[in-house]
Each structure stands twice: as C-alpha cells, then as structure tokens.
Design a protein around this ligand. Structure first.
Ligand SMILES: NC(=O)c1ccc[n+]([C@@H]2O[C@H](COP(=O)([O-])OP(=O)(O)OC[C@H]3O[C@@H](n4cnc5c(N)ncnc54)[C@H](O)[C@@H]3O)[C@@H](O)[C@H]2O)c1
Length: 266
C-alpha cells in the first residue's frame, strides 16, 4: 500500500516550485491531490501535467488572502469528499510582493529602512493570514477525517534570520513556527497533527534564477556555511512533507523540521 493511499490533500501555492513538488510527491504516494494557486494559467498547466503522468490531481483557483475565496474553496473541498491533509505552502517575500505590485522583478534584498508598509503587510497577509484562513477553514474537515495533518512551510530564515531575504519574510516565517506549535496544542486532542518544515535554499524556479545571477565567489561564500555544500531540490522538501502527512508520523506534532543541508540546527 502506498504511503498516502485513500488520503485527500490540499497544497496551497502549488502551481510551481516547492508546492508543485509536494503535490506531485503526495499524488505519487497515492493521495488525491488538490492544487491551489492564485495564478490560474500556471495552475491549469501544472494539473494537466500531473494528470498526463497518470496522477490524481485537480486544481482550485483561489487567492488565499481573500476570505470569501477561501470559504468558496473549502466549500468545494467539503462537497468533493473532505480533507485529510493541508499543506500551507504559498508564501512570499518583499521581493515577491513588489514584483506583483509593480510587475518588476529584481533580486535586491531590502533592509528595514527601505521597506514600504504596503509591502510589509503584503508579506504578512500571505504568509500568516493566508495560512490562518486556510487552516481555520480546514479544521472541521481535518477533524472529521479522524487523522488530520497540517504542514506549514516555514523557512531556515524563520529559525535563524537570513542573509538572502528580508525582515518581513523572516518575521512571518518565525510566526509560522509559533502558529504550528499552537495548532498542535489545540488540535492534538482532536487527532489532528500540525508540523512545519523549515527549508534552506531550495531551487524552485525563482530561487534558481536568483542563485544563477550570483557570481561564483558569492555562491561559494554562501555555501561555505552549508555543510552539504549545495542548495536543495524541491523534491527534498516534498519527501519530508509526504512522511509528515502519512500515518507513519502519527505521534509527531508541534515540530519544525530543519531541512537545510546543515546550515542551521538547534
Ligand atoms: N525556495 C526557497 O529557497 C525557500 C526556502 C525556504 C522556504 N521557502 C518557502 O517555500 C514556499 C514555496 O516557495 P517557492 O520557492 O516554491 O515559491 P514560489 O514563489 O515559486 O511559489 C509560490 C506559489 O504561491 C502562489 N501564490 C502566491 N500568492 C498566492 C495567493 N494569494 N493565493 C494562492 N497562491 C498564491 C504563487 O502563484 C506561486 O505559484 C514558500 O512559503 C517559501 O517561503 C522557500
């Protein structure tokens, strides 16, 4: 029997990158996977590709920062057969929010004095409020499943600060670790576990572009702090999420799992 046979999973922000890798791994492990994303066209393309590979996948287009959209998404999930696993993956940084607001992408890391309030709020809105809205809506379905699982995608940045991201991102990812602990406390008695992973540098599309824009000396300097001496592949995050979502992780809750090549550990 496959690891996630007979499970139904929702992965937010799953049209690309780490979210897509998680959705694919869960589908390969037998789950019926629902991919959510804000970007409708990329979402449709991702779902089409998974289906062509013979995997059970469908898309639900929604902006997870918008309460009515989240409510609609969970109504559809309830009608379609409930939910065992929620992966709160959608997340961004000041760079991402600015790119969305202005249409211009750069790889500058802005310091606190250079950050506009609107961009700060944009990061917190997706990384924290979006996670809260999805989790709150999922709780009744996860409880009804009898062995619900919540997995939050935090970051090494939330554990130890960051040289490659900004203060809004670091703050939100640290917040997710607290959110994870409190969900574990509140939902444990209902047999719902809640854990987080804290990825280090991971070669999703945007990070790969950023990584390749750095010169060799800068890359070596960053990697000198990473014992495994390389960034991660998205699949390495997905493998851990599939385990945490499975029955094999039945007694693990409230934990944040560092997956960073040894860059940081407690
Ligand atoms: N790539 C890394 O190095 C790294 C490291 C640590 C943590 N993380 C975290 O992993 C997660 C995924 O990272 P990634 O690099 O794959 O990111 P990404 O930007 O490639 O993917 C994020 C996805 O979320 C979607 N999204 C954005 N706003 C949304 C909204 N309002 N509603 C629904 N979907 C929305 C985007 O359209 C996109 O498809 C994020 O939470 C990120 O912070 C990434």
């Amino acid at each position: 029997m496959k690891l996630l046979q007979n499970k139904r999973a929702l992965v937010t922000g799953a049209a690309r990158g780490i979210g897509l890798a998680i959705a694919k791994k869960m589908a390969v492990e037998g789950a019926d996977v629902i991919l959510n994303d804000l970007q409708g066209e990329s979402l449709d393309a991702a779902v089409k590709k998974l289906k062509e590979d013979g995997l059970a996948a469908q898309g639900l287009h929604a902006d997870i920062t918008d309460e009515p959209s989240v409510k609609r998404m969970f109504k559809a999930l309830e009608a379609g057969g409930g939910l065992h696993i929620l992966v709160n993956n959608a997340g961004t940084s000041i760079r991402g929010v600015r790119a969305q607001r202005t249409g211009l992408t750069d790889h500058l890391i802005r310091k606190i004095a250079e950050i506009e309030t609107e961009d700060w709020l944009g990061v917190l809105s997706l990384n924290l409020t979006g996670t809260f809205l999805c989790t709150r809506a999922a709780v009744p379905l996860l409880i009804a499943s009898g062995s619900g699982r919540i997995i939050n995608i935090s970051s090494k940045a939330g554990r130890a600060g960051s040289d490659v991201s900004d203060i809004a991102y670091v703050t939100s990812k640290a917040g997710l670790i607290g959110f994870t602990k409190q969900c574990a406390k509140e939902l444990g008695p209902r047999q719902v576990t809640c854990n987080a992973i804290a990825p280090g540098m991971t070669l999703s599309e945007w990070f790969k572009a950023h990584w390749e824009s750095l010169d060799e000396a800068k890359r070596s300097q960053i990697l000198s702090n990473v014992p495994l001496n390389r960034p991660a592949e998205p699949e390495e995050m997905a493998n851990a999420c599939a385990f945490l979502a499975s029955d094999q992780a039945s007694y693990i809750t409230g934990v944040t799992l560092d997956i960073n090549g040894g860059w940081y550990f407690a």
